[in-house]
Ligand binder design. Structure first.
Ligand SMILES: NC(=O)c1ccc[n+]([C@@H]2O[C@H](COP(=O)([O-])OP(=O)(O)OC[C@H]3O[C@@H](n4cnc5c(N)ncnc54)[C@H](OP(=O)(O)O)[C@@H]3O)[C@@H](O)[C@H]2O)c1
Length: 289
């Protein structure tokens, strides 16, 4: 198959490039220097020569707090560009795999969100991703795979794991929020799900995260424990649990955003979500190597 991946420098794109390394598909990664996905007039000219059978959108505006004061730029990438790409796919008969977020939910549910639970995004980023979802499902209801995920990290790029490792080696004490609950997700597993969806053209809305549940505080403690065990940190520092009210951010975050993965477990037969602590351990091994 001809597969085009939009985005080439992000966490998901990095893991996708490794997943596709030894595949028989013709895979092209396009970054912002190669294509302006916010411009509907030039999308076709850039993409048509590649004749994609499948287009994976690994690009997004992901600066959640900055989005609050930069909503137009955020919308252009997370909503307008998704619409543009879906229109191109519809015209060319291509299948589209797109990734969305737990931030489309309000975070009040208290039990894992089902794929058809009502969405109610709280901030500019969540709203823009919800608009993107809506456009995709309207334009390509039967020829798209929408995968919502959460708390993504990888050995490549900036993320919570790498920030914690840095702060834990620089500071004498750290405070981390303990009243936001979700599931850390290694981008490698997410990339495997995207590859499975692409190869099988698995249409529908799915949730993909690693297994298990954690607060950011639990996640930080695990990073410290495993970081020491693997020699990435030389000593422990006190890590204190604090409520979100003591760490105000411009964007409101869902307090509870665990995603139910049952339909994904059934649909993506070539990959299975693993527990977040095992995934974290494997990613830290990779970081060390
Ligand atoms: N990270 C998370 O915790 C998280 C949580 C839930 C859902 N998600 C979703 O998961 C997906 C993958 O996220 P990620 O963690 O891989 O994000 P990421 O590391 O921030 O990567 C996003 C990529 O999009 C690219 N991009 C932005 N605007 C672009 C444009 N106009 N044209 C082409 N590329 C553009 C960026 O390129 P530059 O590097 O050049 O800016 C970057 O490579 C996204 O849909 C995101 O919304 C992420």
């Amino acid at each position: 198959m001809n597969i085009v991946v939009i985005g080439k420098s992000g966490q998901l794109a990095f893991e996708l490039s490794r997943e596709f390394e030894n595949s028989s598909h013709q895979v092209t990664f396009l970054g912002r220097d190669d294509i302006d996905i916010t411009n509907s007039d030039i999308i076709g000219a850039s993409l048509a020569p590649l004749s994609p059978d499948v287009l994976i959108n690994a690009s997004a505006y992901t600066a959640v707090d900055k989005a609050e004061e930069d909503a137009d730029a955020c919308n252009a990438i997370n909503a307008v560009a998704v619409k543009n790409l879906a229109i191109f796919c519809k015209a060319r008969g291509a299948f589209m795999v797109h990734v969305s977020t737990d931030y489309v939910f309000n975070g009040h549910k208290g039990s894992p969100y089902l794929t058809d639970d009502p969405i109610e995004p709280q901030g500019a980023y969540g709203k823009s991703k919800a608009e993107g979802e809506k456009a995709l499902l309207e334009i390509l209801p039967k020829a798209s795979c929408l995968i919502r995920t959460a708390w993504v990290y990888s050995s490549h790029g900036n993320n919570f794991v790498k920030t914690m490792l840095r702060l834990m080696s620089e500071k004498t004490q750290l405070s981390v929020i303990d009243d936001q609950i979700g599931t850390p997700t290694w981008a490698k597993g997410l990339a495997e799900a995207c590859v499975s969806a692409s190869e099988n053209k698995t249409a529908g809305v799915y949730h993909w995260t690693d297994e298990g549940v954690a607060s950011w505080y639990d996640f930080a403690i695990a990073i410290q424990e495993l970081g020491i065990e693997k020699g990435l940190l030389s000593s422990t520092i006190p890590v204190l649990p604090i409520p979100s009210s003591q760490y105000p951010t411009p964007a409101k975050r869902p307090h509870y955003s665990v995603l139910d993965k049952q339909t994904a477990r059934e649909a993506f037969t070539s990959c299975k979500p693993a527990h977040w602590r095992k995934q974290l351990s494997d990613m830290l091994d990779e970081l060390k190597a």
